[in-house]
Design a protein around this ligand. Structure first.
Ligand SMILES: Cc1cc2nc3c(=O)[nH]c(=O)nc-3n(C[C@H](O)[C@H](O)[C@H](O)COP(=O)(O)OP(=O)(O)OC[C@H]3O[C@@H](n4cnc5c(N)ncnc54)[C@H](O)[C@@H]3O)c2cc1C
Length: 387
């Protein structure tokens, strides 16, 4: 078959499908064109195969069963603000918790407004939390006199944030049995602030886009659970009972959320930080005393899992995650999340997750987990009807 023939056939197939849609929309006045289009929605199957794996990633989620910590404390004359422990949702929550942490500094900064030294900020950590905090400091306090310096041991692309999936989906960040009512309020607020902030960044330049997402469900009771952070954050949520279409699962909750390409996104934040006059110092801290000697009077701690050793937070533990990345498939334009794993289509590859190993510090890929992840997703794709 020549290329010309392929193009012609492709065009004819497209034309026939479009005519069918137009007829369907016209023949039933109650049925909108959008609904007819929706009925044609095709979920292209993911080609799960060992020889399509381009890399295996391992990262440690900074998890606190009680949830992330947003707290201010005095460090001698200085103000130290903690913003860490986001578990499996640090990218998702980043603008929200950073906004709450920056709010805590407002009084300290404003009460000594006349002294420009109080507008010198240190941010420890250059993952998604440190970068978002630094950007907010620029936006809220920089008036010519202020400076923001990030101090970090590792910079993108060598942070946990670069390993992230990263779907906008605030899950796996706390144990519901162990959180306070105050935390739950803070969490919802952080979700709302962050969701709104990411909407402003939907742009290929930031690697943020809206995506159709399927939560594949076997147990009807799971449908009762509200989507994390509040239903209003997920436009177009619908429940489908159509196993043939939804990979053999009896129920599928379908909604729109945002997909973030971590490498593109973190690079864009770094660029924005530099453009606004930010400075980065590569440095590892080993104690509070070292931190107290920094020249800046206001210090934000965004060191993620590093806070365990640095501030002796024994509640903070790693939850190890392993991801398999397959060759990109541009035709895969949806995400799915199921009990046995998740799939996020990114420009740099199809992300297959994921494992959740509590208190496991190993950064080595586990070949047994590679096999299990590939088998789990192969099983889901067997039901796609296209294979
Ligand atoms: C497999 C996997 C999948 C994930 N998927 C998602 C997802 O889909 N959606 C989502 O929202 N989140 C996801 N996450 C979670 C997300 O990646 C984390 O919550 C987030 O990256 C935490 O960001 P952070 O800035 O706190 O930490 P990090 O990215 O680890 O940054 C910490 C920074 O602090 C520095 N630092 C640490 N200790 C010191 C020290 N002593 N001195 C100086 N600097 C120090 C580090 O060098 C680094 O710069 C996933 C995580 C993993 C592992």
């Amino acid at each position: 078959m020549t290329t010309h023939e392929i193009d012609r056939r492709g065009f004819l197939r497209g034309a026939v499908a479009t005519s069918a849609l137009l007829i369907a929309a016209r023949s039933s006045p109650s049925r909108t064109f959008a609904a007819a289009l929706e009925a044609q929605r095709h979920f292209a199957p993911v080609k799960v195969a060992r020889n399509r794996v381009i890399r295996t990633l391992v990262g440690l989620r900074p998890y606190r069963p009680e949830g992330f910590l947003i707290e201010a404390e005095r460090l001698g004359q200085k103000l130290l603000l903690h913003n860490y422990g986001h578990g499996g949702a640090g990218v998702t929550l980043s603008w929200g918790t950073s906004s709450l942490a920056v709010d805590l500094a407002r009084d300290f900064v404003q009460t000594r407004r006349t002294r420009s030294t109080n507008r010198r900020f240190a941010v420890l950590g250059c993952g998604v939390i440190g970068l978002s905090t630094a950007r907010l400091l620029h936006q809220r306090f920089q008036d010519g006199a202020g400076t923001v310096t990030i101090y970090a041991k590792d910079l993108p692309p060598y942070t946990t944030s670069n390993i992230s999936g990263a779907l906008w989906y605030p899950t796996s960040s706390f144990d519901p049995q162990q959180v306070s009512a105050n935390f739950s309020d803070q969490f919802r607020l952080a979700c709302q602030i962050s969701n709104r902030a990411f909407q402003e960044l939907v742009d290929p330049d930031y690697g943020v886009r809206w995506t159709d997402t399927l939560e594949l469900i076997r147990n009807e009771a799971s449908l009762e659970r509200e989507l994390f952070g509040g239903a209003q954050l997920y436009p177009q949520t619908e429940v489908h009972r159509d196993p043939e279409r939804y990979f053999g699962f009896p129920y599928a909750r379908r909604f729109s959320t945002m997909m973030i390409e971590p490498h593109v996104y973190l690079r864009a934040l770094l660029r924005d930080f530099y453009i606004a006059g930010g400075k980065i110092v590569v440095r590892e801290f080993r104690s509070r005393q070292e931190i107290a000697r920094l020249p800046e009077p206001v210090i934000f701690n965004c060191t993620g899992l590093g806070s365990r050793a640095l501030f002796d937070d024994q509640k903070l533990i790693p939850v190890r995650g392993q991801l398999e990345v397959l060759l990109p498939q541009p035709e895969v334009d949806y995400c799915y999340i199921s009990g046995s794993g998740y799939m996020f289509p990114r420009r740099d590859g199809i992300i297959l997750g994921g494992t959740f190993d509590r208190d496991d510090w190993s950064l080595q890929p586990n070949p047994q987990q590679t096999t299990e992840i590939l088998e789990g997703h192969t099983e889901i794709m067997k039901q796609s009807g296209d294979q």
